[in-house]
Design a protein around this ligand. Structure first.
Ligand code: ASP
Length: 415
């Protein structure tokens, strides 16, 4: 058998094979003697693939942002690109939250469901309690850190901040620091070369991750939460398939098909890894090489977006809060829904792009309106499944954002 030449096609085949093999193991699991070995192998390969992506992540984020900021200034566009980028992030997350709230109202998942049926799970789960002021204090505190510590511990938001400072300092310092700027540019080019090598393993890594996901999912639980799962996946897909492409088309005239063709590698990687951060090397590659976003814009918007811009997470948190309220028999009024709106946005911004963090910030959202935080024990077992689509849409938002920012920044360049 010959393998297709294009990496895109191989990734797609890997994803499908992983899902089918996982479903086969679920169907025949206990009868199938090879199942434990297959799962072991899948875990090994899946972890190896994630480790490789994480290995390159921090040097790549650091060098990309420094280079991105340094080059933006060269184009006299820094201020404009900043404003457009943050403006787009807030705008698209706001739409996502409205869709999440709207869908939860329209389809009313959880109606008539008994919270008692999850009593055991609720009792077993000790939710991490953190009131909103504490969360804000902790969030602010985490922003500024010793660079060596942040780099060594892989604290991505702190690394983003350090890189922004260094990038700005390089610009202000001017020609005198040219050598350091060139060195960091070369570091980034080398990181991207390594990403290219890691991507050769991606079809296998993605197959392994999806096999594990499908084979270890508890199907009886999926049945009882079916309505909620469908509403969340449906509305997240609506945002990803209709809203984001529409925004993209209206501003840039790039057709959805052209966009998806260029974005496919990153979307599938995000789906399989459930981590915007782990996907970042692939996202950057797609945006620069397939979607032809200029390096200076891509290097700035995409790494920042991977930590700050999370449409899928924001949508999920809003919809899930309403779901939990319904389970607890509480109808939330408009004021409470507005609080959910702001806290969902804040916690999506603060959440690092790693698997299931949306779950932790969920505690914060529930707490902000006085809903029972222990109820997230209901959501926890299905989180890995929902995290797939949510992360893919988070990453899609970053790619759409970089195309839109590029278009708008070029429309009326600042003089
Ligand atoms: N897994 C998501 C991401 O990395 C974050 C979340 O859990 O919502 O983008």
């Amino acid at each position: 058998m010959t393998l297709p030449r294009s990496l895109n096609a191989r990734i797609l085949i890997g994803a499908l094979l992983g899902i089918v093999a996982g479903a086969l193991i679920t169907a025949t699991g206990p009868l199938h003697a090879q199942a434990p070995q297959t799962l072991y192998g899948a875990r090994l390969i899946g972890t190896l693939f994630l480790d490789l992506l994480r290995m390159i992540l921090i040097p790549l984020v650091f060098s990309s942002i420094v280079v991105g900021v340094a080059n933006l200034r060269a184009h006299q566009q820094m201020h404009r690109v900043w404003t457009l980028t943050l403006g787009f992030f807030v705008f698209s997350m706001a739409i996502a939250i409205v869709i999440g709230l709207g869908a939860a109202h329209l389809f009313r998942p959880g109606e008539g469901m008994q919270l008692a049926m999850f009593a055991d799970a609720t009792r077993d789960y000790q939710a991490r309690q953190m009131p909103l002021p504490d969360y804000i204090a902790q969030f602010m505190h985490g922003l500024f850190q010793n660079p060596v510590k942040a780099l060594a511990q892989g604290d991505i938001l702190a690394v983003v901040i350090i890189a922004l400072f260094l990038g700005i300092a390089l610009v202000v310092g001017g020609e005198r620091y040219r050598n350091l700027r060139v060195l960091i540019e070369e570091l980034q080019a080398l990181c991207l070369m390594v990403v290219g090598w890691i991507m050769h393993l991606s079809p296998l890594g993605i197959a392994a991750l999806l096999l594990q996901l499908v084979a270890t999912q508890d199907s009886s639980l999926l049945g009882s939460l079916f309505d909620f799962i469908i509403v969340v996946i449906g509305s997240t897909l609506f945002h990803g398939i209709v809203v984001l492409p529409l925004l993209l088309y209206l501003v840039t005239r790039v057709s959805p098909l052209r966009f998806w063709r260029g974005a496919r590698e990153a979307l599938i990687t995000a789906f399989a890894t459930s981590s915007s951060a782990a996907t970042l090397p692939v996202t950057l590659r797609c945006v620069e090489q397939h979607l032809h976003v200029r390096k200076d814009i891509a290097n700035f918007v995409v790494p920042l977006g991977a930590t700050v811009n999370m449409d899928g997470t924001a949508l999920y948190e809003a919809a899930a809060a309403l779901f939990v309220a319904r389970l607890a028999g509480i109808e939330l009024d408009l004021a409470h829904q507005l609080i959910i709106f702001f806290v969902a946005m804040l916690s999506a911004i603060g959440a690092p792009g790693i698997p299931s963090v949306g779950m932790l910030s969920m505690v914060l959202v529930l707490e902000s309106v006085g809903l029972p935080t222990a109820a997230i024990a209901i959501l926890l077992p299905i989180d890995r499944l929902l995290d797939t689509v949510r992360t893919a849409v988070n990453v899609e938002g970053d790619m759409v954002g970089s195309l839109i920012v590029q278009k708008l920044a070029d429309r009326n360049p600042a003089h």
